[in-house]
Design a protein around this ligand. Structure first.
Ligand SMILES: Cc1cc2nc3c(=O)[nH]c(=O)nc-3n(C[C@H](O)[C@H](O)[C@H](O)COP(=O)(O)OP(=O)(O)OC[C@H]3O[C@@H](n4cnc5c(N)ncnc54)[C@H](O)[C@@H]3O)c2cc1C
Length: 394
């Protein structure tokens, strides 16, 4: 376990935060409005995250070109990037966490050697496809099938809501390998240039507009058997394990959004806007919005960093990851909404940053498992842990 805590970061963590903070301010910030309005990914910048800034592979070992850092480091990166642009960060997360972290910790050496280098340097972009038009929360209800024929698997089905769907070269795709068993899910690395693979509808979204969300259509796609990750019918364990770091980093994104909303509202209310001849911060109800926001932000941030100490690629920590995501995403929506209220009419316009913060924050309560799913998981885990240990709650 890392010795990092919020009040005593390691030198590596401090340096990483500074680096990503400067990068976000200098490079992400200037492109936010343009790409939000165009509703298009700044693909060149995402590639440069690998080729120029070496920000891919945070949680994978250095012998394969990664940084060999822990989940805390990944939280720091997602928090700092989201402070400037959560939509760009969502595409970063799909590439970095849903593909690179997931693949490295579940794949064999040959697969790592083949697929990790091109995604680390950004020459290929990537994502992960689990959800389907008829199976989101009920992910085990997926109907995409993979049938083994000789040295290939033939994949058929439709994947829905896939981040980086129209820019990705490689995807981890989950498919059913036994129709009679709900848990018989396998995962594959699929190359988007393969015959039978096509990109369907691109969604027009409320927020996270820079991050492309697309349907992927698989029609008799022949995937080499060597692209099967782990064992046939055995993908559930790595699916669930990767969902934990996904939930943690989505929670970290919520922290970044909330910190930005707080900075914006404190600055606006104390220095920029006056009413009745006084700064807005003189009014008790504005103080309440800011103070509530700050207290909730600090509490969630502490939970997220405490959870980061527990999450690692080889053990399960579903209870903490769900609690961190539930807490942080609800908090970010509250804080972003409060910021709009503090700004009044100006907050509702696109001239200021705060309306985008709320639009982006709402996705975080849905993607990676909805807040209702987090509530169910928390109760299930609490029931199991207290029944097994007969002890007080963790
Ligand atoms: C912008 C965006 C990006 C995404 N990126 C990806 C990606 O890269 N890869 C990927 O695989 N998926 C991705 N997703 C999919 C995301 O994970 C799903 O949207 C999410 O899991 C919810 O599934 P659903 O949309 O089908 O909602 P549903 O499962 O249909 O849920 C609808 C509502 O019912 C509630 N509900 C469902 N079941 C229960 C239950 N048992 N008890 C109580 N309430 C319930 C839900 O909480 C929700 O409120 C993305 C989604 C979005 C919007």
């Amino acid at each position: 376990m890392s010795s990092f805590d919020l009040f005593n970061p390691t030198e590596n963590h401090k340096a990483l935060r500074e680096l990503v903070h400067d990068l976000a301010k200098g490079v992400l910030e200037p492109q936010v409005k343009e790409f939000d309005e165009k509703e298009t990914l700044n693909e060149t910048l995402l590639r440069r995250m690998g080729s120029e800034y070496s920000l891919f592979g945070i949680t994978i070992p250095s012998d394969i070109g990664g940084h060999g850092l822990d989940a805390t480091a990944s939280v720091i990166v997602h928090e700092e990037l989201s402070y400037s642009d959560a939509a760009f960060t969502l595409s970063y997360l799909a590439h970095e966490v849903l593909f690179i972290n997931n693949l490295y910790h579940s794949a064999n050496d040959a697969q790592r050697k083949k697929f990790i280098p091109p995604v680390l340097d950004g020459s290929a972009l990537a994502g992960m496809a689990m959800s389907e038009p008829g199976a989101g929360t009920d992910v085990l209800g997926m109907t995409t099938s993979a049938v083994k024929k000789g040295d290939k698997y033939i994949l058929n089905g439709v994947k829905q809501w896939i981040t980086n769907g129209n820019v990705g070269r490689y995807f981890i795709i989950y498919a059913r390998t036994d129709k009679t068993n709900r848990q018989a899910i396998s995962s594959f690395v699929v190359d988007a240039t393969q015959k039978g693979f096509s990109v369907g509808k691109k969604e027009i979204k409320m927020g996270m507009r820079q991050s492309p969300t697309c349907q992927l259509i698989l029609e008799d796609v022949e995937v080499p058997a060597e692209n099967l990750i782990g064992k046939e019918n055995g993908a559930l364990t790595h699916m669930m394990r990767n969902l934990e770091i996904e939930r943690l980093t989505l929670a970290a994104m919520s922290i970044g959004i909330a910190r930005r909303a707080l900075d914006e509202m404190v600055r606006y209310a104390s220095t920029e806007r006056k009413a009745f001849g006084k700064p807005l911060t003189d009014f008790g109800q504005i103080q309440q919005l800011i103070a509530e926001s700050y207290a909730r932000y600090r509490a969630s941030r502490a939970l997220v960093y405490e959870t980061a100490l527990r999450v690692n690629p080889t053990s399960r920590e579903s209870l903490s990851a769900a609690a961190a995501k539930l807490s942080a995403t609800q908090m970010a929506e509250f804080v972003a909404r409060a910021a709009i209220q503090v700004f009044g009419g100006y907050g509702y316009t696109r001239e200021y940053a705060v309306e985008k913060l709320l639009r982006d924050a709402i996705l975080l309560s849905i993607g990676g498992g909805t807040n209702e799913a987090m509530q169910k998981n928390i109760v299930k885990d609490l029931k199991e842990s207290s029944l097994l240990s007969n002890q007080s709650l963790p």
